[in-house]
Design a protein around this ligand. Structure first.
Ligand SMILES: [Ca+2]
Ligand SMILES: [Ca+2]
Length: 208
């Protein structure tokens, strides 16, 4: 009888699912040299590596590195809530290059499939927003990466509505940072060229 109970318990315990990985919001870190990143809902904007802004990430839990976090469990969002960056749904919108290694480290060097505009980016790992260790985690960790999408009205397609929004700063000279796709503090011909590429036709959108 005892043996049966012992076997039952052993089997039952073996079936207990592994606990979900847990990530420290304070202690985990991310670094990037920063830059000006064109994002497009179609995913054919710049890669972070193209602009020298590859993000180096270290994930820890209670001081210990967390290995094997899947690449798709990494996510980038706008850092300042006054900005708005809309990611296409799905795991390919902003992912790491691979799972975290034994040191809890990975990189993010790809593109972001998104509309909108942000002055800096924040990192989410497995649903946990990462905070800045240099402020004792009193503030969100903001990476100095400016995101600029030709989808200016945040509906995840680049079309006539966006052209109308782009035309205002382009023709009037009234500066609009979100239409300044190369972040050179003016909305000019280079920005028009970037816009035209994603405008199509057909206008770029999520998941073509
Ligand atoms: Ca749009
Ligand atoms: Ca510009």
């Amino acid at each position: 009888m005892f043996t049966c109970v012992a076997i039952f318990l052993a089997v039952a315990l073996a079936w207990v699912p592994a606990p979900a990985q847990i990530v420290d919001l304070c202690g985990s870190t991310a670094m990037s040299a920063g830059g000006c990143l064109v994002t497009c809902p179609e995913g054919d904007g710049y890669r972070l590596s193209d602009i020298g802004a590859t993000i180096q990430v270290t994930v820890v839990y209670q001081g210990e590195p967390v290995p094997n976090i899947p690449a798709t469990d990494f996510w980038l969002i706008e850092c300042d809530p006054v900005d708005e960056l809309i990611l296409c749904g799905g795991s390919q919108s902003a992912s790491a290059d691979g799972p975290t290694d034994a040191a809890g480290q990975t990189t993010i060097s790809g593109t972001i499939a998104a509309g909108g505009c942000a002055e800096s980016l924040a990192l989410i790992v497995q649903g946990v927003l990462i905070y800045d260790p240099s402020t004792n985690c009193e503030t969100i960790l903001c990476l100095p990466i400016k995101a600029r999408s030709p989808d200016l009205n945040l509906d995840l397609v680049v079309n006539l509505s966006d052209l109308a929004l782009f035309a205002v700063p382009f023709s009037s000279g009234v500066y609009d940072a979100c239409a300044d796709f190369n972040c050179d503090q003016k909305v000019g011909l280079q920005d028009l060229s970037t816009f035209a590429f994603h405008y199509g036709p057909p206008g770029h959108s999520c998941f073509p």
